[in-house]
Design a protein around this ligand. Structure first.
Ligand code: C5P
Length: 247
């Protein structure tokens, strides 16, 4: 099993390269992966990926949440797969064909993660979008249905809350990855920001999450590298005793 810090994905949720660079400098070696999202990628494009690669030692998760006709998704994923990124996202959406196209486009070089249901979406949204009542009454059913599509299409895993991770691991087995945002370390005051249904790193690991997306608790800390180390320590303490408790 991987060292504790490798569980941490730090999202570079900043608008430009000059703001991302200090985090790349200070957190390389303290987190396992940098997540590049739409805001930063739209401004900086491939340059940001190169900058992270130049620093070395930290994987990249390109979180662009693609959603288009299968051919377009396949062609975009083919380009992404040349970037040398570990993971990239695609919406599970309505079509397994789109997910299969993403996997095909990735050429086995980049792991495809399916986005099941955004956490910003609630039951009323699902109902008004025309879904059957069984899904609007219990969004987790829709998450699991879409996770099944992702699994069958050959995706590496899905993005899901820590609350869903256990169900995902039970249903699809160990190799299918659960990547979990909404993590707040045990020392932080609950309800400090907009994340709902949060979990501590330890709880998420115990539920089977394979990677934890942890942004603000690291970004807003006086010393981000020290915050990442403390979180890695919290993760290490939750791993089974046989695991190497490196941080
Ligand atoms: O830890 P923090 O709340 O700051 O993390 C925010 C990051 O997690 C953002 O990059 C956001 O895209 C990502 N995310 C999320 N909720 C989801 C999926 C991803 O907050 N359901």
């Amino acid at each position: 099993m991987k060292p504790a810090k490798e569980y941490i994905i730090f999202p570079l949720d900043v608008p430009a390269m000059e703001m991302a660079r200090p985090y790349i400098e200070s957190l390389s070696g303290h987190v396992g992966m940098f997540k590049v999202g739409l805001e930063l990628f739209v401004r900086e494009g491939h340059r940001i990926i190169e900058t992270i690669h130049e620093k070395g030692g930290t994987d990249i998760f390109l979180d662009l949440k693609l959603h288009d006709i299968p051919t377009t998704v396949q062609r975009a994923m083919r380009v992404i797969s040349e970037f040398g990124v570990r993971f990239a996202t695609v919406h599970c959406g309505e079509s397994r064909k789109m997910l299969e196209a993403a996997v095909q486009g990735s050429q086995g070089k980049t792991g495809i993660l399916g986005v099941t249901v955004l956490t910003s979406v609630n039951s009323a949204d699902i109902a008004s979008a025309g879904f059957q009542k069984e899904y609007s009454d219990d969004i987790r059913k829709l998450v699991m249905k879409r996770a099944t599509m992702a699994k069958e299409a050959g995706c590496a895993g899905i993005v899901c809350s820590g609350h869903e991770a256990m169900h995902v691991k039970q249903a699809f087995g160990e190799p299918f990855l659960a990547v979990t945002p909404g993590i707040r370390p045990s020392w932080e005051t609950p309800g400090k920001d907009d994340q709902q249904r949060v979990m501590t790193p330890g709880q998420a690991i115990q539920n089977g999450s394979d990677y934890l997306v942890i942004g603000r608790p690291i970004r807003d800390a006086a010393d981000p590298a020290e915050a990442a180390q403390r979180i890695a320590q919290e993760i290490a303490e939750s791993l089974p005793a046989s695991d190497p408790k490196e941080s």
